[in-house]
Write a protein that binds this ligand. Structure first.
Ligand code: SF4
Length: 267
């Protein structure tokens, strides 16, 4: 039986639409991607930072620098290296080259000699010279106070840019390094599968009063207490807030507990 006009139009629309398309006139709903959320309550987040801040009200970074330029260089050198190792190398370097002009005049070979105790030093020496040249040619030898612009410099990624903005210019940025990533995930403060996810969540959830120093508190906590291999939970100031299920007991207490269990069995 031949189709009438309405039936033909309906057939045409059905064929043109993909399977599963909403009926015409229905509201298009964009499927919501669930963002990970903090596992801590607002009050717990407030308490966590209040405790870290009470212990160290004015936390400082551990990299040594003289001005924003030397800070930028030090942070570039610190990738996959310890702050202590970087400081050892930069003390002598910054004494003779604390501006882009002086660094370029010193030259790549001598910069390389100064930093050869640091990992990836060949590549880093190249980057230091290249970024110094760019600063001279495009920014009047000043360090730009803008994340996107900083990220265009050789050897500078988002983390480096965030550190420089926070320390040199007082921005409320949080540079998620290995320590912050670990602490954020273990505690449940800002769980995330990558550093950007953790950074964006921390930006959302850290209370305003603590934003300026959150970066340092979390790094120092990760470096000295919530260590990668064995977190020192028994002396951790935020242990009651932290959601980590395998908290480390005070040294000496665990074997004693095991011995008791054995003796109980024996009895
Ligand atoms: S309780 Fe342990 S795992 Fe949790 S933050 Fe403290 S040191 Fe890290």
């Amino acid at each position: 039986m031949p189709l009438n006009y309405r039936q033909m139009m309906a057939k045409e629309q059905t064929t043109a639409k993909g399977k599963g398309d909403p009926p015409q006139g229905a509201k298009m709903r964009t499927p919501k991607k669930r963002l990970p959320r903090s596992r801590l309550t607002k009050q717990e987040i407030q308490a966590l930072f209040a405790r870290l801040s009470a212990i160290n009200p004015e936390p400082q970074g551990e990299l040594e620098y003289i001005n924003p330029y030397t800070l930028l260089v030090a942070v570039v050198l610190s990738a996959q290296a310890t702050d202590v190792g970087v400081n050892k190398a930069t003390r002598a370097l910054f004494a003779i080259a604390d501006t882009p002009e002086k660094m370029v005049a010193l030259g790549e070979d001598k910069v390389r000699d100064h930093i050869k105790t640091i990992g990836l030093y060949r590549n880093k020496a190249k980057n230091v010279i290249a970024l110094s040249q760019t600063l001279m040619e495009e920014f009047g030898s000043r360090v730009p106070e803008d994340r996107e612009v900083l990220e265009t410099l050789p050897g500078v990624g988002r983390k480096t840019a965030n550190v420089v903005l926070n320390i040199a210019f007082g921005h409320e940025t949080i540079a998620v390094d290995t320590h912050i990533f670990r602490v954020s995930n273990r505690t449940g403060l800002a769980p995330g599968k990558d550093v950007l996810q953790v950074e964006l969540m921390l930006e959302r959830i850290v209370p305003d009063d603590f934003k300026r120093h959150a970066h340092h508190w979390l790094i120092l906590h990760g470096r000295y207490i919530c260590k990668a291999r064995k977190p020192e939970c028994w002396r951790c100031p935020i242990t009651e807030i932290c959601r980590f299920p395998e908290k480390t007991p005070e040294p000496g207490t665990a074997p004693a507990a095991k011995a008791k269990t054995r003796s109980n069995k024996a009895a």
